[in-house]
Design a protein around this ligand. Structure first.
Ligand SMILES: C[S@@+](CC[C@H](N)C(=O)[O-])C[C@H]1O[C@@H](n2cnc3c(N)ncnc32)[C@H](O)[C@@H]1O
Length: 228
């Protein structure tokens, strides 16, 4: 999977992309994330990437020209057209299903906004999709892009030890889109709190039934919307 990121702050990505599951995926060659400094595509000595909003109001808006130039330079070198995504609180919500479908495309370009947001002509004429990571506003698109990269990467073959581990997580098709339920490890008793007896029994049918029951019970208690 190849992911190109257009950002004003490439340094935000470095730790997250070089450690844990994402770091291992990069070292194994199954995930390549390339970071592009937006200022490199801005015109003039001062490489200006933002300007005051038309119509007045607070803050600055990101200019369209450097963003179009960055994305066009990235896509010019690619054999297949990637899915071009603008991170935006006004986009459609990122879900497990959307992450899985994005992984299947094989290549993405992510655009990180800042300030008051991005000139609307980017959303209208450059991108294929606008995606939000939740109903709250962050100061920039870098953390949303990292969230999206991680969620997508988990569905790229070879990133997780076994593709089954993604299929058993909350929201996955393996669990019918429901929550996973509780998990435990050693010790069997901690401060008087015991692990449910059935999990120690070695009876795999009973364990399976216990887990299924908790998937439903927990989803009903915490996320009844998922059962619909
Ligand atoms: C301060 S926000 C701009 C918010 C914009 N003024 C609004 O009200 O919709 C700056 C940038 O952060 C990113 N961002 C902030 N919250 C986000 C979210 N929930 N999901 C995805 N991207 C987000 C976007 O790239 C956005 O352009």
């Amino acid at each position: 999977m190849q992911i190109d990121v257009v950002t004003l702050f490439p340094e935000v990505f470095e730790g997250a992309l070089s450690t844990g599951v994402l770091g291992r995926a990069a070292r194994n060659g199954v995930l390549e994330v390339r970071l592009h400094q937006l200022r490199d595509f801005a015109a003039g000595k001062h490489a200006v990437v933002d300007d005051a909003p038309y119509g007045g109001g607070p803050g600055m808006v990101m200019k369209p020209e450097p963003i179009f130039a960055a994305v066009e330079s990235i896509t010019a070198g690619l054999e297949r057209k990637p899915l071009i995504v603008l991170l935006s609180p006004q986009g459609r919500p990122l879900t497990d299903g959307l992450a899985r479908r994005m992984a299947a495309t094989g290549s993405l370009v992510l655009i990180c906004g800042h300030y008051e947001g991005v000139d609307e002509r980017v959303a209208e004429h450059l991108v294929d999709d606008e995606i939000s990571i939740g109903d709250y506003v962050l100061s920039g698109g870098e953390l949303p892009a990292l969230v999206l990269i991680d969620a997508v990467a988990r569905y790229v073959p070879g990133v997780l030890g076994s593709i089954d581990s993604a299929a058993r997580d909350s929201f996955s098709t393996g669990l019918g889109g429901l929550l996973q339920g509780p998990v435990y490890t050693r010790p069997a008793e901690f401060r008087g709190w015991k692990v449910p007896e059935v999990l120690l029994s070695g009876d795999h049918l009973a364990i399976d039934a216990w887990r299924k029951r908790h998937v439903t019970e927990r989803s009903r208690a915490r996320r009844p919307d998922l059962l619909k």
